[in-house]
Design a protein around this ligand. Structure first.
Ligand code: ZN
Length: 52
């Protein structure tokens, strides 16, 4: 199973267990909760620029 990191809170999650996902500039990000997804969508550049 693939794991990924929620870019908002830094939590490691399984992609299949993600509460939501969003695509920004061709990269898909997964989130542990709808709250993290909403924070990412509000400011994607802030979170997407971290470890990519
Ligand atoms: Zn999160």
């Amino acid at each position: 199973m693939a794991t990924t990191t929620d870019p908002v809170c830094g939590m490691s999650i399984e992609e299949s267990a993600a509460a939501g996902s969003a695509t920004h500039e061709g990269t898909t990000y997964c989130f542990c909760s709808p709250a993290c997804e909403h924070r990412f969508e509000a400011e994607p550049e802030k979170y997407a620029s971290g470890d990519q």
